[in-house]
Design a protein around this ligand. Structure first.
Ligand SMILES: C[S@@+](CC[C@H](N)C(=O)[O-])C[C@H]1O[C@@H](n2cnc3c(N)ncnc32)[C@H](O)[C@@H]1O
Length: 326
């Protein structure tokens, strides 16, 4: 999660993201005890505070709406009706308590609510996993076209699955596929297991505790990874919210490119003849290009924001004889 990408959050309403109720509240002068009034008050409190956005929302109003709708168990799809509802004193107190926790602890909102959205799906999250926010959502929902032929995708490998959001979204986008998802963190895999069970995908998503590819066998039509790619220096400069995320999910040695480089260097062995590797490096694109100047990376542009995912085919990897480290 390097450079600007660490702050990346897709536009509200972008593919795969919930349309936050706050985006449509309109006139924030509707005060009193209505849902709209409560969202307006929370928005102002967030704006006055030092909180940093980037974990599911990118502005105070959307974050306020997400908080209020979660606490009051309201439906974002029925937002227009919800705005006019009157909130009881007890409901207002619950909202105030979560707002205070958000501002004083600087914990990202998804850790307080216990849920995050990715590729249109709801995932359980807590401090054992990164809050899902990768632009991979758009690639997965578009089934990696035009680069891949979706019909040919049978086996998928994810390195560094965290909450399992990318592996699960892939399993749903490619219904005939099976997915192997590794993570070095046993704690993260417990969260992933819960999400795999929620989507009843235990028969198609295999979770493996492993350092990158260790113990993985066979070849894959698609390898995806959003690995740690932030240098120690960058991590030290991140806003407080990021200190609540696991260091293992963010921190990578050297200039941040050590883990992505290891993934790239071993990919050839695990890719089928027509396979593709998709590797997120965020703001580290120039670093990766410089380190692997012989590789013809493709950098997809995203309709809904974000960048820094490199695509490379097995054919190109083999042609350029990407060196494998021991
Ligand atoms: C940036 S998070 C991505 C999580 C998830 N894929 C997502 O996009 O929300 C990186 C994940 O890689 C895992 N990880 C870090 N080093 C690893 C390694 N050497 N082998 C496997 N997984 C690793 C971390 O535990 C973390 O869950």
């Amino acid at each position: 999660m390097s450079g600007t990408s660490v702050f990346y959050t897709p536009d509200p309403g972008a593919d795969g993201q919930r349309v936050m109720a706050g985006s449509r509240t309109g006139d924030s002068s509707t005060e009193g005890s209505s849902v709209a009034g409560l969202i307006a008050r929370c928005t102002r409190a967030l704006e006055r505070s030092a909180v940093c956005f980037g974990h599911g929302t990118d502005n105070a109003r959307d974050e306020a709406a997400a908080l209020v709708f979660h606490v009051l168990d309201l439906d974002h799809d029925d937002a227009l009706r919800a705005y006019g509802l009157t909130v009881s004193a007890a409901g207002q107190q619950r909202v105030a308590a979560m707002l205070e926790a958000r501002i004083t602890t600087r914990r990202p909102l998804p850790y307080l609510t216990g849920e995050a959205w990715f590729a249109g799906l709801r995932f359980a999250v807590d401090e054992r996993v990164l809050v899902p926010r990768s632009p991979f959502a758009e690639l997965i929902m578009g089934r990696f076209e035009p680069w891949l032929d979706p019909a040919g995708v049978r086996r998928i490998l994810e390195i560094g699955t965290g909450s399992g959001c990318m592996a699960i979204a892939c399993a749903r986008a490619f219904p005939d596929s099976s997915v192997v998802a590794t993570d070095i963190s046993a704690a993260a895999l417990e969260v992933a297991r819960r999400n795999v069970a929620r989507y009843e995908l235990a028969d198609r998503v295999q979770l493996v505790e492993a350092d990158l590819y260790a113990g993985v066998t066979g070849t894959f039509d698609l390898i995806i990874s959003n690995p740690p790619y932030v240098s120690a220096e960058e991590v030290a400069s991140l806003p407080d919210e990021y200190r609540h995320e696991p260091a293992l999910a963010l921190l990578s040695d050297e200039d941040g490119m050590a883990t992505p480089a290891r993934i790239l260097q071993h990919a050839t062995r695990f890719l089928s003849a027509d396979g593709w590797l998709a590797l997120e490096v965020g703001g580290g694109a120039a670093l990766l290009e410089a380190r692997f100047a012989n590789l013809p990376f493709i950098w997809p542009e995203f309709e809904h924001g974000g960048d820094g995912i490199a695509l490379i085919s097995a054919v190109d990897l083999r042609a350029s004889e990407c060196p494998a480290t021991p």
